[in-house]
Design a protein around this ligand. Structure first.
Ligand SMILES: NC(=O)c1ccc[n+]([C@@H]2O[C@H](COP(=O)([O-])OP(=O)(O)OC[C@H]3O[C@@H](n4cnc5c(N)ncnc54)[C@H](O)[C@@H]3O)[C@@H](O)[C@H]2O)c1
Length: 238
């Protein structure tokens, strides 16, 4: 914790009901930020589905009303799923894109007017190692996370003129309710990710939250448009 580092900053975190989003919301608050949390489930300020029509304008209006603005937006709500190409239906692919891509696009767009008013606007997106790589069964998920990294680069180019930075955290395998079912039913899959990581373990939500807090802080003021791997060294070795 770096107490006081985010004093006076207002933050909105989606997907804050569980896992990585919950840890990020808690860490930003511990650093001094006032945090508005949302999720479709869990103990959050606003229970809502990020794919619902008009929800992002509502979230931004709530941030304006409750926090008098926004300095930090963290888009963490996300879903995953494993389907081989020949078994994946339209609905599976469309839902992956709706949550992981379209909702993120709309949130950034709708939050922009408030972020432009901030002297230190921050957009933090949650991609994945799958923003840069692929894996059998992960076509839809990796397409959605590549899109998140693509948006990071383009939006960073657009909003730098307003002093806003945009970065994408690329977690490796993190121990959360998202990965728990697969890790429980396929222990060999879990072990493969442990073995892949140079640090020899799964990540914890706190490992991601601490990097998010850094990206939200003034320490990261000249960093924008990047995908930041936080994967225990899993992807950068043979
Ligand atoms: N756990 C991992 O190994 C891992 C690795 C790379 C990236 N990620 C990404 O990190 C983010 C957080 O995942 P997590 O591991 O903490 O999983 P999680 O399931 O614990 O958290 C995801 C949260 O998003 C919320 N959510 C999903 N769909 C939603 C919707 N339509 N509207 C509102 N909220 C919705 C869920 O309710 C949940 O609280 C996701 O974007 C995920 O893709 C996770």
């Amino acid at each position: 914790m770096t107490a006081g580092r985010l004093d006076g900053r207002a933050a909105l975190v989606t997907g804050a009901g569980s896992g990585i989003g919950l840890a990020i919301a808690q860490r930003l608050a511990a650093d001094g930020a006032r945090v508005l949390t949302t999720d479709r489930a869990g103990e959050v300020d606003i229970v809502a589905d990020v794919t619902a029509l008009g929800i992002n304008t509502k979230l931004v209006a709530e941030a304006e009303a409750r926090l008098s603005g926004l300095d930090i937006v963290v888009a963490c709500a996300g879903i995953t799923g494993m389907e081989m190409l020949d078994g994946a239906g339209d609905e599976f692919f469309d839902q992956m894109m709706a949550v992981n891509v379209t909702a993120v696009f709309r949130l950034m767009r709708d939050a922009l007017p408030l972020l432009k008013r901030s002297p230190h606007g921050r957009i933090i997106l949650i991609g994945s190692v799958m923003s840069s790589f692929g894996e059998a069964g992960m076509t839809a998920y990796s397409a959605s996370k590549h899109a998140v990294l693509g948006m990071t680069k383009s939006v960073a180019a657009e909003v730098g003129a307003f002093g806003i930075t945009v970065n994408c955290i690329q977690p490796g395998a993190i121990d959360t309710p998202m990965t728990a079912p697969a890790f429980t039913t396929m222990p060999e899959f879990k072990q493969r990710w442990i073995d892949k990581a140079a640090l020899g373990r799964l990540g914890q939500p706190q490992d991601i939250a601490d990097v998010a807090a850094f990206l939200a802080s003034d320490d990261a003021r000249f960093m924008s448009g990047h995908g930041v791997f936080v994967d225990g060294g899993a992807t950068q070795r043979q």
